[in-house]
Design a protein around this ligand. Structure first.
Ligand code: DAH
Length: 335
């Protein structure tokens, strides 16, 4: 700064600087603008330095007066800059908080969607295949009468077949059904033949739980009654079903015994080099039809029953039936 200087002039210029600085700082829109202001006001080539340079040309006694005032102004401006800076930071934070509102009471968006249990999908697949053959779905109660579960299926009291199907007995001759076969009886009690039904459901036995046994498991029952049905129809139906479900695995029919079918067979599929029993079946015993008031000379038919767990285990290579019932997500999530 050149030209004449005086105490009055410098004081006035310092006053003006103070006023302008205050307004400019208050108006600064962001941190970058503030920094620019700091440089232009307090920097080496800033306005305050200019005024201090001019101070050298004042009469000696006036210098400390201006010097003190200039120093005061410097720290004053520094403070204004700092507080405006804090102010701008606060505003930025407030704006950010407002734009990023978090509702801690909102339900989490990431609840994983479940899916159907492998036993359900296997049951549905089996039932679907029979529906494709013209069967309809029937269901029966899990709490059964002794009559429907045993006697009407040609298993009178004290018949040895009851031994293999010990169950949980309730009051008044009722019990937890040991198989889905009683649905055959219930359906025929209500519906005159011809019938073709498939009956999925949960069954119960007094079995200790191990890798292949569970006191609760699932079956699908199949029943067809019509005029002229013979073992060829049974075999054709079972083969068509097994091929659709398992693909081209070898299948064999083995003579067997069930009180409610005659003749009876068990069906095995070859799997991993072994014969694995997958279902029981047979021609409905005339005694069962007679018990229902149906004339065996006119009506005949076949029935079959299969365990859903076994089908599901073979299909998916599952080694232990207990995995179905322990609700372990590491297992269930694989399906
Ligand atoms: N109810 C039999 C069981 O649980 C399975 C069975 C065998 C069902 C032969 C049938 C059948 O309908 O014909 O062991």
């Amino acid at each position: 700064m050149s030209g004449p200087v005086s105490l009055e002039l410098l004081s006035a210029q310092l006053d003006q600087l103070e006023a302008e600085a205050a307004t400019a700082i208050a108006d600064a829109a962001d941190a970058a603008a503030l920094e620019q202001l700091r440089v232009s006001l307090l920097g080496k080539k800033g306005r305050l330095s200019g005024l201090l340079g001019a101070m050298g040309r004042l009469p000696g006694p006036d210098r400390p007066v201006v010097g003190q005032r200039a120093n005061q102004l410097k720290s004053q401006v520094q403070e204004l800059l700092n507080s405006r800076r804090t102010n701008l930071d606060d505003q930025a934070m407030a704006a950010r908080i407002a734009s990023e509102t978090l509702d801690v009471t909102a339900p989490p968006s990431g609840i994983p969607t479940g899916h159907r249990h492998p036993l359900i999908t296997t049951t549905e697949e089996i039932v679907d295949l029979f529906c494709g053959l013209g069967y309809r779905v029937e269901e029966g109660p899990e709490i059964e009468t002794d009559h429907h579960n045993f006697t009407a299926l040609n298993i009178p009291p004290h018949h040895p077949a009851r031994d293999m199907q010990d169950t949980f007995y309730l009051e008044e001759g009722r019990l937890l059904r040991t198989h889905t076969s009683p649905v055959q009886i219930r359906h025929l009690e209500q519906t005159p033949p011809p019938v073709r039904i498939v009956a999925p459901g949960r069954v119960f036995r007094r079995d200790a739980s191990d890798a292949t046994h569970s006191p609760v498991f699932h079956q699908v029952e199949v029943l067809a009654i019509d005029e002229g049905l013979h073992f060829g129809h049974l075999r054709g139906t079972v083969m068509a079903f097994l091929r659709a479900f398992f693909g081209d695995l070898p299948v064999r029919f083995r003579a067997s015994y069930f009180p409610f079918t005659e003749p009876s067979a068990e069906v095995d599929v070859q799997w991993k080099g072994r014969w694995l029993e997958v279902m029981g079946c047979g021609m409905v015993d005339p005694a069962v039809l007679e018990g229902l008031g149906l004339d065996p000379a006119r009506w005949s038919g076949f029935a079959a029953g299969l365990g859903v767990e076994r089908f599901c285990m073979v299909r998916h290579g599952i080694d232990d039936i207990r995995r179905f019932f322990t609700s372990d997500l590491r297992f269930l999530e694989q399906f």
